[in-house]
Design a binder for this molecule. Structure first.
Ligand code: NAD
Ligand code: GLY
Length: 363
């Protein structure tokens, strides 16, 4: 399947197909100068998927750069090392650096590509469900700093995205479930039928069903491509809807130190459950919709309460974490709330005191 992200001269295709990694040469031959490609990945992905990718590239020679796995890799120091290494390898503006891995590698490599020689090309080959349904598409790239997550970055679109759902076969189950939260998100935003599809097919997807995985990826990518084409830089509000659950989620991630205690997708799951319960508590959304959302996420093995997220903290403390959110505008924080399943909207007038009180109740 092919989905195009329509951005004029910066448009690019996303190819989704089981076994694509084994046939990578077909798609990358024209993008490898002198039959060489720099491939940046992490140690886990290098062990699980790099040999396969290398074999699929046939006579294209790989220059591998293998980084430590984990969120800490999205840092100034690793960016500096990576940039120096790319310069040492003689990467030119017209080259395409390959990011083979999850959202950490994709975000870091995309940012490095955005600044290397004032911007060179890059290709996303996502290997986690989260990266396949969300982070590899749309050109948001970033690193983390002392002040917070993703605060230094750029919009820099890839030239190609290659998604092979079979790479998920080596991904730990907990990571698959975390990525699944971002799949459910697309239904909750504006498609109740897709949420119902998730309720019916989520268990099979999580158990490894290939058809369910491919359908979820193709649906998610198509939905994201449409949003990105409409609002690339999150200026009109359309792209902001993709942040459903992220403001609550971000505060939970901050509370747990952006660590393996709570994965990004798990924080988003709990954040979406909280956003629906908050909407219901404000009388905006039927209680039964909030219950249905929480039930499906919990049944998928995802945290839906502060306790399950390991973030039992006073409401004031969690709201304080939100104040560092980069979406803060003139001292106000826009929230994504819901009128029901598939009816998410951006609310700019939410009182932080009400959020604090709600979180104290959740505690
Ligand atoms: P990740 O990149 O850390 O990958 C998760 C773990 O799985 C890592 O240990 C990795 O080594 C391992 N792994 C990856 N693929 C594997 C495979 N096929 N087999 C075995 N192990 C594998 O995490 P993630 O969840 O993919 O990404 C999270 C990051 O994405 C966060 O930094 C988040 O901020 C970012 N993100 C960015 C966007 C965006 O639009 N740019 C959107 C959502 C999230
Ligand atoms: N992951 C949210 C976005 O790409 O806008």
């Amino acid at each position: 399947m092919r989905v195009d992200v329509g951005l004029g001269r910066r448009s690019y295709p996303i190819l989704i197909e089981a076994g694509l990694l084994d046939r990578a040469a077909t798609h990358l031959a024209g993008m490898a100068r002198r039959k060489r490609l720099v491939v940046v990945t992490d140690e886990n992905v290098a062990a699980a998927q790099l040999p396969r990718f290398a074999a699929g590239l046939g006579d294209i020679v790989i220059e591998p750069i293998i980084l430590p796995p984990g969120e800490a890799t999205k840092s100034w120091s690793v960016l500096e090392q990576l940039s120096d290494r790319l310069l040492d390898l003689g990467v030119e503006r017209s080259d395409h650096i390959v990011a083979l891995g999850g959202g950490v590698i994709g975000d870091l490599v995309g940012f490095a590509a955005s600044i290397l020689k004032r911007g060179c090309g890059f290709i996303q080959v996502p290997t986690t469900l989260l990266a396949q349904v969300d982070s590899s598409v749309g050109g948001k790239t970033a690193i983390n700093t002392r002040a917070g997550k993703n605060l230094i970055g750029a919009f820099h679109q890839p030239d190609l995205v290659l998604i092979d759902p079979t790479t998920l076969d080596t991904l730990p189950h907990r990571e698959v479930a975390a990525g699944y939260a971002e799949v459910v998100k697309y239904g909750l935003i504006d498609d109740p039928d897709f949420f119902a599809w998730c309720e019916a097919n989520g268990p099979a997807l999580l158990a490894g069903d290939a058809a369910a995985r491919t359908h979820a990826i193709a649906y998610s990518v198509s939905a994201k491509a449409r949003v990105v084409a409409e609002d690339e830089r999150e200026t009109t509000g359309t792209r902001a809807l993709l942040n459903l659950g992220h403001t609550f989620g971000h505060s939970l991630e901050a509370e747990t130190g952006f660590s393996d205690t709570l994965l990004h997708g798990e924080a988003v799951a709990c954040g979406m459950a909280l956003a629906f319960r908050f909407s219901a508590a404000q009388g905006l959304c039927p209680d039964q919709d909030a219950t249905r959302v929480g039930y499906h996420l919990a049944r998928s093995g995802l945290p839906t309460t502060l306790a399950e997220a390991h973030a039992i903290a006073p409401g004031a403390r969690l709201v304080e974490h939100m104040a560092h959110d980069k979406k803060m505008e003139g001292g106000k924080l826009p929230f994504l709330l819901a009128r029901g399943i598939g009816e998410t909207y951006l609310a700019k007038d939410v009182s932080l005191a009400a959020v604090e009180q709600f979180l104290d109740g959740e505690r």
